[in-house]
Design a protein around this ligand. Structure first.
Ligand code: ADP
Length: 426
């Protein structure tokens, strides 16, 4: 058995805003089959604390980024969890990243520096006799851990891997927070975690982690280019020898059309037409007989759903219908609601609904993913498993996971979906 501490800001089925949670939740099971034992360190959000039964306290800090904190150990289902219970940082309602004003919580730097610090402390000191050989860090929220490890003098005793799930989020903080975040002054320079005068947590990880990975081979290559690197492509080019793209997988038990608890009646991809009928009813559409495209997505610039809005009139004119489930930027939420009111063949649910997302995979004819960039993307993979044809932008993981229906692929009978490039409404 090899031992890994996976450090994530979200983890399915407990707390999820996107694909990171699916992957963090599925990795322990997938890695166990290869002889690796993963424990997962999570912030003690209210839902996590509520779910954690019979947790044991294994460490206590009188002061961690502005208040007392405890490290708890417990299990939820198959997941072995270490939970950082720090009420001053995590005990609040609403989104885990955004305050009621829709902006980042002002203390996000402290909230996730604390998580990173605790990861390093566990690697350095052990946790109730258990010690990981590797820290597997996910995105900026845990990316300061290699810096703290160095400060603790423990960076030689544990390996660090940072996985980039999305390079768009840097976790920046003003330089004035250096002391409060317990970061060393000498690291605050262009070869360290300084980024145009601010602290960048993601850059800290990109510079100081032993190895870097991202979630698809194509995104690993794209990240080295200015168009996709979001200002960190230069750093990544210096680390290209340590960067690898490993395609995400899906949790095949959570997403299994034969056993899916969210699908009430027809549990088989062969029952597409029956599930489709139910879905059309659920979305209040009147079936045109044309293809029913589904979209399950965060509504942000990245996801390209403004382009899909533009394409709606042409799509609908050719018999298409669209069911969208999403939440995110207010302007996009409104625009989709307006489109749904104006166009009878379009229906939109604004919100987050895990069970509905499964029924949409079961009932849709196609799943559309028009992302401007997409590190991996998971909904197209769920589509493949549920017999829902992916129609995707040719970028990142979407390029790697769908075999485009061109003449050669069709002749060889290996095509699995459609890809478009350039990524425009046309
Ligand atoms: P990202 O991580 O960039 O949001 P991914 O495609 O990797 O994109 O993962 C998104 C995950 O979140 C998928 O499991 C998808 O089904 C889910 N998801 C996104 N939006 C919603 C929503 N509004 N309701 C339910 N599930 C959603």
């Amino acid at each position: 058995m090899r031992h890994v501490l996976s450090v994530a800001s979200e983890c399915a089925p407990l707390i999820k805003t996107g694909g990171l949670a699916d992957v963090a939740g599925a990795l322990p099971g997938a890695m166990a089959a290869h002889g690796w034992r993963l424990r997962t360190l999570l912030p003690g959000y209210p839902v996590v604390m509520d779910a954690l039964k019979g947790a044991r306290e294994i460490r206590a800090e009188t002061e961690l980024m502005g208040g007392p904190a405890q490290l708890l150990a417990g299990e939820i289902g198959e997941l072995e969890l270490l939970v950082l219970d720090a009420p001053h940082l995590y005990d609040r309602s609403g989104s885990i990243y955004l305050g009621p004003d829709g902006k980042d919580w002002p203390d996000n730097p402290e909230r996730f520096a604390a998580l990173s610090w605790m990861a390093a402390a566990i690697a350095s000191d052990g946790a109730a006799g258990w010690q990981p050989e590797v820290l597997h860090l996910h995105d900026w929220q845990s990316a300061l851990a290699p810096v703290y490890l160095r400060e603790m003098g423990a960076s030689d005793s544990v390996g660090t891997l940072l996985t980039i799930h999305n390079i768009a989020f840097h976790g920046t903080a003003p330089a004035a927070k250096l002391k409060g975040l317990h970061l060393p002054q000498q690291g605050f320079q262009p070869d360290g975690f300084e980024y145009y005068g601010n602290i960048s947590a993601l850059k800290a990880g990109l510079v100081f982690a032993d190895k870097l990975s991202t979630v698809s081979p194509t995104y690993a290559r794209e990240l080295l280019r200015p168009e996709f690197g979001m200002g960190l492509d230069g750093v990544l080019r210096t680390r290209r020898a340590d960067l690898v793209g490993i395609l995400n997988g899906i949790d095949e038990t959570a997403w299994d059309p034969k056993t899916d608890a969210a699908i009430r009646t027809y549990k088989s991809p062969r029952k597409k037409s029956a599930n489709r009928k139910l879905l059309i009813e659920e979305f209040g559409l009147t079936d045109t007989g044309g293809p029913l495209a589904v979209v399950i997505s965060r509504l942000t610039e990245q996801k390209g759903l403004d382009m899909l809005l533009e394409a709606l009139p042409a799509f609908v004119a050719r018999g298409g219908q669209v069911a969208l489930l999403g939440s995110g930027e207010t302007a996009l939420e409104q625009a989709w609601q307006e489109a749904a009111e104006a166009i009878p063949q379009v229906s939109a649910r604004i919100g987050y609904d895990e069970a509905l997302s499964h029924r949409m995979m079961a009932g849709g004819d196609a799943v559309v993913v028009p992302s401007r960039f997409e590190p991996c993307g998971l909904t197209q993979l769920y589509g493949l498993r549920y017999g829902t044809i992916p129609v995707v932008a040719m970028t990142g993981g979407l390029a790697d996971t769908v075999i485009r229906a061109n003449d050669a692929a069709l002749a060889a009978d290996v095509a699995t979906g459609f890809q478009f490039f350039p990524v425009t409404a046309d």
